[in-house]
Design a binder for this molecule. Structure first.
Ligand SMILES: [Zn+2]
Length: 459
């Protein structure tokens, strides 16, 4: 359908100029941003950040209280160093407040939509409100990632999410986040513009069900999508399924993964299976898409027109040095209804130094190394989920694992493996690296709990 993509793009472009659905116009600005000099981009971002903090101080009770308590006034914030003196906003601080303290007093309640974060590992879900302008910016950020991968409007794609995701509309799990805003419109856009087919998720166990994989395989073969996206763990298990059977799906030209942290070897395996690049996509329900995988595989480019990302040392709270893992703190510049300023995501990542060889000027961050809450302190260092993934998935026989760190002095690893021999190798290796007692138990299944993401570490 050679006419279909250009026709849709013309339609989106017209809508962007003539209606409140401005996503395409924003997308044009994001594309332009990637070609500006890094200094120019940083300047634009700083102007937006400055307006954002002035606005929040004037209009949102939470920030007026928080910043006054710390003796900070927006007029004292003259650059990024000053900005980092603003207190970090924790989920606990948000949870302790009534909703009216978090919302801008200028927000018009009509036309607002709310999105809900998943709260399984972090307490109760966080409900964030946004307006049409912010929603369009989030959509533009999503489209930008697709276009970086060579996808265009009207090109077939297939998606798998965790079973509690709102895109399934509660088909596999009902609850706080089993729906998405604008469901009817989303369905139409998915069907006719994204040509996106949703595939059924993994359920029950982290061990994939072979009949399920076989049915997914037939559906992808029949639909021949350009792009596969969604739950990283699912695509890893599916890639293994295909490789073991010597099957290929040549229509697939890009895979975009999110929701779950994988090891570098697992990503390579997906890339090898589909013979195409694998891109990260980092974001969350409350923040939208924050960063997209670099086309040269050098980390993720941050969408800095809408998000300011800081990596701070978890102990000192100061900016982490380049390449050092720290806590991911994000300011959402695009949400003027319920601004999130220096919001502690609970994720861990690093920031590489220097410019990117791919030529994209947006600043970079690494892939997510895991959740801060899932780290295991051992032998004077902090082991992230990424550490365990790299260590355990080195062994090809491993199907899945989960670490129980509920006892501070020892860890237990549940392991699903094709052969029992690796159990001892993993146990010995981890004992040596961690300097603490480690027990590895072979099991048949590891339950996937809500929201249905593979969980590498359980507290
Ligand atoms: Zn790059």
């Amino acid at each position: 359908m050679t006419w279909y993509s250009p026709a849709l793009e013309t339609l989106y472009s017209l809508a962007g100029k003539m209606t409140p659905y401005t996503a395409w116009s924003i997308l044009e600005k994001i594309k332009k941003g990637a070609t500006m000099s890094p200094d120019e981009l940083a300047q634009i971002q700083w102007q937006r950040l400055s307006s954002c903090i002035n606005f929040a101080y004037e209009n949102v009770k939470l920030y007026r209280d928080l910043w006054s308590r710390s003796g900070i006034h927006p007029k004292d914030i003259k650059d990024r160093n000053d900005f980092s003196k603003l207190p970090v906003l924790t989920r606990a601080e948000i949870a302790a407040r009534p909703p009216e303290d978090l919302m801008s007093r200028s927000a018009d309640a009509r036309g607002l939509v709310s999105v809900c974060s998943s709260g399984t590992t972090t307490g109760k879900p966080l409900r964030v409100f946004l307006d049409n302008a912010c929603y369009n910016h989030q959509y533009a950020n999503l489209l930008y990632g697709y276009y970086l991968m060579g996808w265009r409007l009207g090109t077939p794609m297939m998606t798998v999410r965790n079973f509690a995701h709102g895109d399934y509309r509660g088909a596999y799990c009902d609850g706080d986040f089993s729906h998405e805003p604008f469901e009817a419109v989303r369905s139409l856009v998915y069907r006719f513009v994204h040509r996106k087919q949703l595939l059924p998720p993994l359920q029950g166990s982290m061990r994939p069900d072979i009949a399920h994989m076989a049915s997914i395989h037939s559906r992808i073969k029949a639909y021949a999508p350009y792009l596969l996206e969604g739950n990283a763990y699912f695509w890893y298990q599916f890639a293994r399924y295909l490789l073991e059977r010597g099957e290929r799906l040549p229509s697939v030209r890009a895979v975009e993964i999110d929701e779950v942290t994988l090891s570098s070897g697992q990503k390579e395996l997906i890339s090898q299976c589909f013979n195409c690049p694998v891109y990260d996509c980092y974001g969350s329900h409350e923040l939208g898409v924050v960063a997209h995988g670099c086309s040269a595989g050098r980390g993720n480019h941050i969408l800095s027109l809408s998000h300011y990302v800081e990596i701070i040392d978890t102990k000192s709270g100061r900016k982490a040095p380049p390449d050092a893992i720290g806590s991911v703190i994000i300011t959402d510049i695009s949400n003027s209804v319920m601004p999130l300023i220096r919001y502690e995501t609970g994720d861990l990542a690093s920031m590489p130094a220097g410019s990117c060889p791919c030529g994209n000027s947006y600043p970079r961050m690494s892939s997510i190394a895991g959740r801060a809450i899932n780290c295991v302190p051992a032998a004077g260092k902090t082991c992230t989920e990424q550490f365990f993934l790299e260590h355990i998935f080195r062994f090809e026989e491993v199907v899945a694992f989960q670490i129980d760190k509920s006892r501070p002095e020892a860890i237990t690893v549940q392991l699903i493996s094709r052969t029992p021999g690796v159990r001892e190798m993993i146990e010995t290796g981890l004992k040596q690296s961690l300097g603490m007692p480690v027990t590895v138990l072979l099991v048949d299944a590891i339950a996937l709990d809500r929201p249905g993401k593979a969980r590498w570490v359980r507290a």
